[in-house]
Design a protein. Structure first.
Length: 113
């Protein structure tokens, strides 16, 4: 399924989500941490980046909702697109969180020894 046509709809202020790429590195970093420690910080950065993008998407939708309510928004479909994008982004974020909690719970159930 391709979503490349969304940019042509004229939704102002939107940037399509591009998943960050993380290149695995076997070499130690200049700070002396191993690649595994660096991967943990990369994951943390990706989580924070994802939450920042979610917040930005929500703020864009909220701003367009205010513009639509006050009559300042020319094209109502821009708000519809923004609201749908914010809804889907929130649903994906919640699904990822639920999977992370489920994985943590499963790890906690493992017996050691």
């Amino acid at each position: 399924m391709s979503v490349s046509g969304i940019e042509s709809l004229g939704a102002a202020g939107f940037t399509p989500y591009v998943a960050p790429t993380v290149a695995p590195s076997a070499a130690p970093s200049p700070t002396g941490t191993s690649a595994a420690g660096g991967a943990g910080s990369d994951f943390g950065r990706m989580v924070v980046d994802g939450l920042d993008r979610l917040d930005a998407t929500q703020r864009t939708a909220d701003g367009m909702a205010v513009q639509a309510a006050t009559g300042q928004l020319e094209n109502l479909h821009d708000y519809t697109i923004a609201a749908t994008q914010a809804q889907v982004t929130t649903q994906v974020t919640v699904a990822v969180r639920n999977k992370a909690v489920e994985a943590f719970t499963e790890i906690m159930r493992m017996q050691v020894g």
